[in-house]
Design a protein around this ligand. Structure first.
Ligand code: ATP
Length: 202
């Protein structure tokens, strides 16, 4: 069994940045939960059929693709609808993640899951790697990247696990706050450690 590292962190913590560095510098295979979450509702999938059956054709764009912002609105103020959507799509997403992890050929694989802690997916991975960042940095990066105001950025943060909750679950931590921009040395060190753990210390 290939060693699988679960890479997680709050919004705009730097998960994608970190995963790209593992891939570019060390050719580590990445499985990305966000990409899979989009794949399971692509046109023609059982996931999209279930969503249409539940919410009606109004949930589609004119081109037949899922209207994500319409879906977000439908579940935003309605916990029951949100629960239905999660109960429907999470098993499909988890199955796809497991299938793609089977295809990893690098000495270890990275599973990037923003809500690893929130959705209790620790059992899918051998170790949890948290990209840690202070809240203020998270808020300013979210505002800059997503063009949202501070209040909106804070609301997104409030809906996620706290920094302390995430750190409590971490086996390894990458510091990516405004004062810790040296990502590559931290990643290189972890890469060596994971190689040693995977039994392919080369
Ligand atoms: P999300 O899950 O919210 O999509 P993420 O955790 O994958 O985000 P990234 O997209 O990697 O985070 O980074 C968020 C933003 O912060 C990006 O605009 C990225 O360029 C910037 N960023 C990340 N790390 C650093 C850093 N060390 N120095 C400066 N900017 C950074």
């Amino acid at each position: 069994m290939t060693l699988i590292i679960g890479l997680t962190g709050g919004i705009a913590s730097g998960k994608t940045t970190v995963a790209n560095l593992f891939q570019e510098h060390f050719s580590i295979d990445i499985v990305d939960a966000d990409i899979i979450a989009r794949q399971v509702v692509e046109v023609g999938t059982p996931g999209l059929s279930a969503v249409i059956e539940h919410f009606g054709e109004d949930i589609l764009q004119d081109d037949g693709q899922l209207n994500r912002s319409a879906l977000r609105e439908r579940i935003f103020a309605d916990p029951i609808e949100k629960q239905w959507l999660n109960a429907t799509l999470h098993p499909l997403i988890n199955q796809q993640m497991a299938e793609q992890l089977q295809l990893v050929t690098s000495p270890y694989g990275l599973l990037v899951v923003p809500l690893l802690i929130e959705n209790q997916l620790q059992s899918m991975v051998d170790r949890v790697l948290v990209v840690d960042v202070d809240e203020q940095t998270q808020i300013s990066r979210t505002m800059a990247r997503d063009k949202v105001n501070e209040q909106q950025a804070r609301a997104i943060l409030a809906a996620q696990a706290t920094r302390a909750e995430r750190l409590a679950m971490a086996d390894d931590v990458i510091k990516n706050g405004a004062k810790n921009r040296q990502l590559l040395p931290q990643i290189t060190e972890l890469h060596q450690k994971y190689l040693a753990m995977s039994g392919t210390n080369r």
